[in-house]
Structure formats: C-alpha cells, structure tokens
Design a binder for this molecule. Structure first.
Ligand code: ZN
Length: 196
C-alpha cells in the first residue's frame, strides 16, 4: 500500500534553518555579551548550534533550530506563540526547556536548573551541554566585566552540578565539557596565582 508522503522541501532544504538564524539575529539585535569586547549576542546561539552539530554529532533539525533560538524567550520579547507559528511545537518545547523563569530570583533559577537537568528531554540535554560548554569557556577566557574570581569559580561549580545531572545524554559533548571545565579551572587557578 502506498504510504502518504510527508510534505518535504528539496533535499538539504535550509529554509527553516535560515529563518531561525534570521529570527534570532533580529530578536537579539540590541544585545551584547557581557565580556569586555561586548561581542554581539547572536554569536552565542550560533556557537551553541555549531558545537551541537560538529562536536556532538547532533544532526536533528529541531535540536539545531532550538539551539539557535534557545535564548529568545528568556532574554528577548519573543513569545511562545511566535516560535510555535514559525517553527512548530517540537522546537517550541525545546526552547521552553532551555528557558529559565525570569520572574524567580536568580539563586532560585540557578537551583532550578540543577534540579531540572535530569528530567530534560534528550535533545534539551544535548543543547544544555553545548550551552554550558560555551559559557564555561567564556567565564574563563572572556569573562563578564566586573566579575570577581570567586564568582567565576562559583559559576564553574554550578555548571558542573547542572551537567552532572544529565550525564549519558551525549558522551562526546560530555567529554568536551569536562575538557573545557578543566581548562577553565586551570585558567582561573593561574589568575589566582597572579599569572596572566
Ligand atoms: Zn545560552
């Protein structure tokens, strides 16, 4: 019996991917990272998606789209309805899993990430891994202006707690996380000893 065909674009159709890039770039257009170079914010979600695809071998379309969009709801005026209308329920679900509730105090949000990480969906765990790899790297090598060493050390410990809750989600990304964390700790230790 003939199976009904799922509508598909041409092979290698990049329409949704480019739409996500464009959407995220528009939404983050006025934001900068907190490093001293004030890098454009959009660099971060692009890096997360790139890491997921290359280091993680995650070639799932919804996961890549969600990686590009992962901070839009938390950090911009983007509504869940906008994401659903353009990218569908699966992508929206992943973006929501990656979004902290900004109405909660910061310490509570951070604790929630630790509690929630074991219960994330498989793709959300992978995006979380790529996100934390990028953030741990930046905390060591391109830190937010004005963060004292103790705050950066605390951040690394917290990120490790979040990631320890989701191990088994992607061994390649976990290895990359562990390597990045070790490098970051070395960097902070050398700063603590007064070396550049
Ligand atoms: Zn992020």
């Amino acid at each position: 019996m003939l199976q009904p065909m799922k509508p598909q674009g041409p092979p290698g159709d990049l329409t949704l991917f480019l739409q996500a890039l464009n959407f995220s770039a528009q939404k983050h257009r006025d934001q900068r990272r907190k490093d001293s170079a004030a890098s454009p914010y959009i660099n971060h979600p692009i890096e997360v998606a790139f890491l997921l695809w290359t280091a993680g071998g995650v070639h799932d379309e919804a996961a890549i789209l969600a990686a590009i969009l992962h901070d839009t709801i938390e950090d911009t005026d983007t509504t869940p309805e906008e994401i659903r209308a353009l990218f569908g329920d699966e992508v929206l679900g992943l973006v929501l899993e990656m979004s902290d509730d900004k109405s909660l105090p910061k310490q509570e949000r951070k604790l929630k990430q630790i509690v929630r990480s074991p219960r994330l969906s498989p793709h959300a765990k992978q995006i979380k891994l790529a996100d934390k790899i990028c953030n741990v790297h930046d905390i060591a090598f391109a830190p937010p202006d004005g963060w004292p060493l103790t705050r950066r050390i605390d951040y690394l410990r917290w990120a490790q707690n979040v990631i320890d809750g989701l191990r088994g989600a992607n061994p390649k990304l976990e290895k990359r996380f562990d390597e990045t964390l070790a490098l970051a700790r070395q960097k902070l230790a050398s700063e603590n000893e007064g070396k550049p």
